[in-house]
Design a protein around this ligand. Structure first.
Ligand code: AMP
Ligand code: MG
Length: 412
């Protein structure tokens, strides 16, 4: 399609299409326990409330000496060392007029109200000199200072990263209640497709989309069910998609969603299910299909590899996150940065072009774009480290601000 082709009046804006997709996305109602070590990337089903106060008891934040601050005034600054308290042990109540040698993480003994760090003290055998100006109450992390028992520490709908698992472990939890993994059935339509590893016949190409799509879904925490290649035939397409709908929570097909007579995915979904939307005013990726086969949502992406990548990053990602119960704003965060390129012939559609960051002479980031607009070039995606979101009909001159979305925001 040429750059001057007007946006189709039937095409939905990206935001409207996404809102419709998310509106109709079923959210999970069940949950299952998983061991912490297996919970990375899973979605927390209910708010996690701490069973403990953290810290659990008053403890020393430093290697140093624990004492009663009032004792400092009486003494000449020197206090006898009555005991030694290491992490993992509990000391005796502090004898009046004495100090306790104490280490980071050890419980502050009963009666002590101050810890002074060892670097500020002078040691002489079994006594220690504490500087008189030491601050009362210093270097003690108080019980419940971070949070008290019962505090919500992780919100429901959070995708669990290493930091969440660390926090849960610190609270003594061995498992967490998470949403089930979303099962997504994927197939690639096209008689020209050959699996990588097999010899290529005349007119054939390797099926890359199933790999790209499966990997994107795996990174989003889904369980992928591979439906294989879907022949360009209406009956076979119906049968494969129906099989996917039976086995999975979501069916995604690549290719065959345009209006050519060899595009059988849309007619198949219209026959065995319902089709809700089929054009989105973005480039690349205008022909997408969204519908339902029985109760199972269906998404049909364009066959061109870059179109598949872009539509999945922009539409499928929020859809599968929401279907897995991820809460909050699902929009990728973007950066407004100066363009390092000129864009004299903007499209009538909102364009998501492959881009990457470069530094200008003063070390400031700028956005550079791939030279070709071809949506067949997978190499352009490997060249890029993000997408630039270009408004319809707006020409860009070098230095103009543009919106850059890093792949890190789109691929997990
Ligand atoms: P379609 O959307 O089926 O009209 O396909 C558009 C273009 O994408 C055609 O050039 C196809 O050969 C190509 N294509 C379709 N499916 C795949 C796939 N699974 N892997 C790589 N290229 C594909
Ligand atoms: Mg095709």
């Amino acid at each position: 399609m040429s750059a001057s082709c007007p946006a189709s009046p039937r095409a939905l804006s990206l935001d409207a299409a996404l809102a419709r997709l998310l509106e109709q996305a079923p959210t999970p109602s069940t949950s299952e326990p998983v061991a912490l070590a297996a919970a990375l990337g899973r979605v927390l089903a209910a708010p996690l409330r701490s069973p403990l106060a953290v810290p659990h008891w008053d403890h020393s934040a430093m290697d140093g000496y624990a004492l009663r601050h009032a004792d400092l005034a009486a003494a000449d600054g020197w206090l006898p060392i009555g005991q030694r308290i290491t992490a993992g042990t509990v000391g005796a109540p502090l004898a009046p007029g004495s100090a306790a040698r104490i280490f980071t993480g050890a419980p502050v003994p009963e009666g002590a109200d101050t810890v002074v760090m060892q670097e500020q003290c002078e040691r002489d055998g079994e006594r220690v000199r504490i500087p008189p100006e030491s601050k009362a109450g210093g270097n003690i992390r108080r019980a419940g200072e971070d949070f008290t028992a019962g505090t919500e520490v992780i919100a429901a709908g959070t995708r669990l990263g290493p930091q969440h698992l660390g926090l849960a472990a610190s609270l003594g939890l061995a498992e967490l209640m998470v949403r089930p993994r979303l099962r997504v059935a994927i197939g690639a339509s096209g008689d020209e497709l050959v699996a990588p590893g097999a010899p290529l016949g005349p007119g054939q190409i390797y099926d890359s989309n199933r790999l790209t799509l499966g990997a994107m879904l795996t990174a989003l925490g889904c369980e992928v069910i591979d439906l294989g290649r879907i022949p360009d035939d209406l009956e076979a397409t119906c049968a494969t998609l129906a099989r996917g709908a039976d086995a999975a929570d979501l069916v995604i097909a690549s290719g065959g969603v345009s209006v050519g007579e060899e595009d059988h995915v849309r007619p198949a979904v219209e026959r065995i299910g319902t089709l809700a939307l089929h054009q989105v005013a973005i480039r690349p990726g205008k022909p997408v299909a969204f519908g339902r086969i029985g109760d199972t949502p269906f998404f049909g992406s364009p066959g061109n590899p870059v179109s598949l990548f872009v539509t999945c990053a922009l539409l499928v990602r929020p859809l599968v996150l929401r279907m897995q119960g991820v809460g909050g704003d699902l929009a990728p965060r973007r950066r407004r940065l100066p363009a390092a390129f000129a864009w004299p012939r903007p499209d009538k559609r909102r364009e998501f072009h492959r881009a990457r960051l470069v530094e200008d002479d003063s070390g400031q980031p700028r956005v550079e774009v791939f030279a070709s607009r071809s949506s067949a070039s997978l190499r352009s995606l490997v060249w890029a480290d993000g997408l630039v979101d270009l408004a319809p009909g707006v020409a860009i001159a070098p230095g103009d601000p543009v919106e850059f979305i890093p792949f890190t925001e789109l691929l997990h």
